[in-house]
Design a protein around this ligand. Structure first.
Ligand code: FMN
Length: 315
């Protein structure tokens, strides 16, 4: 039994409040969650923060950290103030988003080549903020060397946590996470450090954990979307059954359907999840071919039953 701390990375369009709540009901092992990023916090009582996604009645403020994608210190402060009023203890700054339409505006991982901009923003944020502030970033946007001056900036501020996904923005999600580079950075970083990237099995977790000692906090991502048992398995709990997976998938669908007032728009989010989950089964491409073309609720329900009847979980 290992005492490692595990979180679930945010996924825009997948790990929303219904997902997090249903996941928590069915699976163990995850100690901390993050919302997918918020943007556009223009006012003190922003409409986009008056939603279930962040409502303390629908979320556990103790284990959820709201994330913002912004390089505007005043916006970050507005976000922090409103999160605090809702009961949250920490906010997370997204400096990892790799998508060109974000990064080209020097947001997300696009800010990493400009440590002076990060310094200016953080200087202003830490002057006033009264929540904890953590950061999630990559090694750089154009080059993995960009992280070094960025870490020098981070070290000047009391970050509650620094999560590093060791890819560069230009890579998007291609290639492999550079675990060696992450390991080299460990002695340079003052903030509590969290590793994120390519943890897809207990074996890959153990291998990475060995390489990044003494880091003891890990954020899981696509590996957990593919295999929702992963966090439990890493913590030494083996109870992988197709029945458990089946009831999670049904519960999530029904919950999403309730929230969407029965609208077929839930199919988009369920398909997005299946694009990962299919890899837990034999013949994933066969499953994906059937699921991706679905456009009616009834068809979805029948197809999912066929998948659980005709396929088995791979180990
Ligand atoms: C579709 C998609 C949406 C994502 N949305 C967010 C997001 O809103 N905020 C964030 O910090 N990371 C986001 N990520 C990145 C993941 O949280 C995670 O850092 C990434 O997948 C690397 O971890 P992994 O290799 O374990 O999957 C997203 C990734 C994908 C593929």
């Amino acid at each position: 039994m290992t005492t490692v701390k595990l979180s679930l990375g945010p996924f825009q369009g997948i790990t929303d409040a219904p997902f997090r709540n249903v996941f928590k009901k069915h699976f163990g092992g995850i100690d901390k969650y993050y919302t997918p990023f918020f943007t556009g916090i223009q006012k003190d009582h922003a409409k986009n923060l008056q939603v279930e996604e962040i409502d303390p009645l629908c979320n556990d403020v103790e284990t959820l950290t709201p994330q913002i994608l912004s390089t505007d210190a005043e916006e970050v402060l507005r976000f922090a103030t409103q999160c605090k009023a809702l009961g949250y203890k920490e906010i997370n700054l997204n400096m990892g988003c790799p998508f060109p339409r974000v990064a080209n505006k020097k947001r997300g991982s696009g800010i990493l080549p400009y440590p002076e901009k990060i310094d200016a923003m953080m200087g202003r944020v830490f002057e006033q903020v009264d929540t904890k502030v953590s950061v999630k970033c990559r090694l750089g946007y154009f080059s993995p060397d960009e992280i070094v001056p960025v870490v020098e900036v981070f070290n000047q501020y009391p970050l509650s946590e620094l999560i590093i996904h060791p890819r560069i923005g230009k890579q998007l999600y291609k290639g492999e996470a550079d675990v060696n580079r992450f390991a080299e950075l460990i002695p340079m970083i003052k903030a509590p450090l969290v590793y994120n990237g390519d943890i897809v099995s207990v074996d890959s977790f153990e291998r990475i954990r060995n390489e990044v000692q003494p880091v003891n906090e890990f954020m899981l991502g696509r590996g957990l979307l593919v295999n929702p048992f992963l966090a439990e398995e890493i913590k030494g709990h083996q109870d992988r059954t197709i029945e458990r997976l089946h009831s999670y998938v049904i519960d999530l669908y029904e919950d999403r359907l309730r929230h969407a007032g029965g609208s077929p728009k839930v199919l988009g989010r369920m398909k997005e999840l299946w694009s990962y989950l299919m890899n837990s089964f034999d013949e994933p491409q066969d499953i994906w071919r059937k699921i991706k073309k679905i456009n009616a609720l009834k068809e979805y329900e029948e197809t999912v039953e066929t998948v659980f009847r005709d396929h088995y979980l791979i180990q």
